[in-house]
Design a protein around this ligand. Structure first.
Ligand SMILES: Nc1ncnc2c1ncn2[C@@H]1O[C@H](COP(=O)(O)OP(=O)(O)OP(=O)(O)O)[C@@H](O)[C@H]1O
Ligand SMILES: [Mg+2]
Length: 377
């Protein structure tokens, strides 16, 4: 009956065991004395816990940046690392604490296949923010309207064209003069900068998370430079995640970051490294509802195979379960792993081969579709 789902009974068997204990006590003694419950309550569904392991330092670094920004600075925090290392996950972890401290947390991500759409992550982030503003009182929305109009003047339409939801806050706006090329971009950047500053206030600092920056378009990179290097009004934390294995020194992102650094803006980087053995061990133990000591032999194999990359590790564990190498033992009421078979698997191939073998398990038609996708990639 506990409020949090994870604090309740996780299995019917665990509950049954305790109820039987009650029945037995009742039959034998006519009363039930208190006893520690859920001792035999092991989750019999294979669930990898949806929580973050071993990123305390990184989460703290992000929250400290937010605290500094709350005092009036503008900062950029980069989260860099290999695909699947947990960049998106670690930034999501600070969402709730930031909102609790009255920050606005908005996010958008760049898309590998839509790299030519300008400002796509900014647009997502601000559509998200408009959605958050709609939940506020009419008086507050009116106040936002006044502030936004004071900032963008007669040019509100320029922003409405990319963030249509804005019209619901500031109402219809007069048409603007058509500009082209650089002039249009300069006008947009200038207005967008002013627009962003409306939301960076002492009462509610703004945290904008732009994910997958390795796929950002050049207009976005210019805008980031502007937001970071202009004499900014403060109360802005820009968090940017990118795959460092996909950007060379000549990548436009690297060039923009160098420009930002040159302009003396505060920019820090969190380099995400693989999970430690201890963290991975905890993840395996929680998944199999056992102690960390019992989980060690499997952890060693997972670690050897995935080098602590959380995406590969969780995929590997799921595959072992799907292949029947990890099974729930109903008699013993615990999870069992066929270590010998897993050992063979982990010695024989690397992660790439392993992922390929996962694809080969898909129906042939699905595999054919993948092949076509790869042709057009
Ligand atoms: N510290 C962690 N503990 C447990 N699970 C984690 C951890 N970090 C990430 N994961 C899980 O690993 C998977 C990959 O994480 P995530 O998507 O954050 O990686 P990423 O670095 O953003 O990858 P990409 O470059 O592909 O966007 C997710 O399912 C996530 O929940
Ligand atoms: Mg990600």
């Amino acid at each position: 009956m506990a409020k949090n789902a994870e604090d309740r009974y996780q299995s019917a068997l665990g509950l049954k065991y305790d109820l039987e204990n009650c029945l037995l006590q009742l039959q034998e003694n006519g009363e039930i004395v208190d006893f520690p419950i859920a001792q035999k309550d092991v989750c019999d569904r294979f669930i990898i816990p949806d929580k973050l392991y071993g990123r305390e330092t990184e989460v703290k670094t992000l929250l400290q940046a937010f605290e500094r920004v709350s005092l009036g600075t503008t900062e950029m925090m980069l989260v860099a690392g290999f695909s699947g290392i947990g960049k998106t996950a670690v930034v999501h972890e600070v969402h709730k604490p930031i909102v609790r401290q009255r920050g606005y947390f908005i996010k958008g991500k760049y898309d590998q296949f839509n790299r030519n759409i300008p400002f796509s992550a900014f647009v997502q982030a601000f559509r998200d923010l408009m959605g958050q503003l709609f939940t506020e009182s009419d008086a507050q929305i009116q106040a936002w309207k006044n502030k936004i109009l004071a900032a963008v003047g007669e040019n509100g339409q320029v922003i409405i064209e990319v963030i249509p939801e804005l019209e619901r806050i500031i109402g219809e706006q007069p048409p603007v003069i058509n500009l082209s090329g650089t002039a249009a971009q300069n006008r947009f950047n200038l207005l967008f900068h002013k627009f962003v500053e409306v939301f960076t206030t002492k009462e509610h600092p703004l945290v904008m998370f732009l994910d997958d920056l390795q796929w950002a378009d050049s207009a976005s990179l210019k805008l980031i430079e502007l937001l970071m290097s202009e004499s900014s009004a403060g109360y802005l934390l820009l968090i940017g995640a990118y795959r460092d294995n996909e950007v060379s020194a000549a990548h436009p992102l690297m060039f923009s970051l160098a420009e930002i650094k040159k302009a003396q803006a505060t920019i820090n980087t969190i380099n995400l490294t693989p999970l430690s053995y201890a963290s991975l061990n905890q993840l395996v133990a929680d998944t199999l509802s056992c102690s960390t000591i019992i989980a060690q032999p499997l952890t060693e194999l997972v670690y050897q195979k995935t080098k602590g990359n959380p995406f590969f590790s969780t995929q590997f564990l799921k595959a072992l379960y799907e292949d029947g190498l990890i099974k729930f033992d109903w008699d013993e009421r615990n999870w069992q792993c066929n270590i010998v078979a897993v050992k063979e698997l982990s010695l024989s191939d690397d992660v790439v081969q392993f992922m390929a073998s996962q694809l080969q398990k898909l129906p042939e038609t699905t595999q054919d579709i993948f092949k076509i996708c790869c042709l057009y990639w």
